[in-house]
Design a binder for this molecule. Structure first.
Ligand code: SAM
Length: 346
């Protein structure tokens, strides 16, 4: 029933982008020089409706998906999001269990929405925050959004029981390395799991360079110099973060090392963009048009499942591994094409 791709990887998790819009302009994702007032986002009729998202997610669960992550753009800017969450929360795995239903957000709207989302059936959240220093964070988010409001959103999520709560922090050399240890201290204090993300070469807008990546090994050393930790086993095949457990018992931290230690071999993840394109790799150049299948009256649910299963079976993506082997252009960037992350759903 569950399809395997060409490298023998099962389909286990699906990320669903519910909008290509975002209220932040993070320099490494949607820099304001590129995504300014003149930028044209998707018109409404090109974005999947809640019915279409639910139908697609149901087809995926029939193929073995057990984990759904809602993302964007910024998912909380999509109107009536709790309505979609309640529909997705009603889906079940092949053996009748609840799905692992979660969401990644910048946290700006969590004070207002954490309660309604939890009531709708959301189980937990990941909040992105790159520094506790307002000057650093304001420059990175591109709109001077204050740290205190994200922290307040995190508090609202904890109060609403959206746990275990994870914090994502992208680390960029020369920009927020000094924030690594303070962020780890704060996450330990509030009982959240901090996950460092190596700065990635998604899309072309951010002008990525390899020398801006702070490696997993450096990140581990920075944290364990303060609080010794030991490696922890992955929760399941395909878990993206390498896990480290603090020896003093105060939880763990993770490192997503897609650049220096690619984990393509274990990648069990598909991505659905806001306009219904299916991507089988974060670094894919082209998606498959699921929206056309959904809007074709001649295709029933079985036809949809067959389309998705076939798409998975031919998958042979392993961009991050290939990046390690690729030649670089004169600016030190790998000479490989790719799509913007906000467009396909981070
Ligand atoms: N707006 C939501 C948020 O802020 O979490 C969800 C979408 S965002 C694209 C998902 C995650 O991707 C965030 O944690 C963000 O920091 C991360 N991200 C975006 N661009 C990245 C890059 N170039 N390298 C590493 N992580 C990146």
């Amino acid at each position: 029933m569950t399809p395997l791709d060409r490298l023998g990887r099962p389909l286990h998790d699906l990320r669903i982008s519910v909008t290509d819009r975002c209220n932040f302009r993070c320099t490494y994702c949607m820099p304001k020089e590129v995504f300014g007032r003149d930028y044209t986002f998707l018109p409404r009729d090109q974005v999947l409706s809640f019915e279409e998202i639910e139908r697609t997610a149901r087809a995926f669960t029939a193929l073995g998906v057990e984990k759904l992550r809602i993302t964007g753009g910024e998912p909380l800017v999509r109107r009536d999001l709790p309505v979609l969450i309640s529909r997705l929360a009603a889906l079940r795995t092949l053996d009748g269990r609840e799905l692992d239903l979660t969401l990644t957000t910048n946290g700006a709207a969590l004070r207002a929405l954490a309660g309604p989302l939890a009531d709708a059936g959301l189980r937990r959240v990941t909040v992105s925050l790159d520094s506790l220093d307002d000057a650093v964070f304001g420059a990175m988010n591109g709109i001077d959004f204050p740290v205190a409001r994200v922290i307040d959103g995190v508090g609202a999520a904890l109060e609403a029981g959206l746990t275990p709560l994870k914090i994502n922090m992208v680390v960029r050399r020369g920009v927020n390395e000094a924030s690594v240890v303070p962020m780890a201290r704060w996450a330990r204090e509030i009982g959240a799991t901090l996950r460092f993300i190596e700065y990635m070469d998604v899309g072309h807008s951010n002008g990525w360079r390899l020398d801006e990546v702070v490696s997993a090994a450096e990140l581990r050393d920075l944290v364990t110099a303060e609080w010794p930790a030991e490696p922890a086993e992955p929760g399941y095949r395909g878990e993206v973060a390498g896990r480290w457990r603090y020896l003093d018992g105060l939880g763990e931290f993770g490192i997503i090392s897609s650049v220096t230690m690619p984990f393509c071999r274990d990648c069990t993840r598909a991505r659905l963009s806001a306009d219904g394109q299916l991507y089988t790799c974060l670094f894919a150049v082209q998606g498959l048009d699921v929206r056309a299948v959904l809007r074709d009256d001649a295709t029933d649910d079985e036809g949809l499942r067959t389309f998705l299963a076939d798409a998975w079976r031919v998958r042979d993506d392993r961009y991050s591994e290939l990046r390690s082997l690729a030649t670089v252009d004169p600016d030190g960037r790998p000479d490989l094409p790719r799509v913007e992350m906000f467009a396909m759903g981070g």
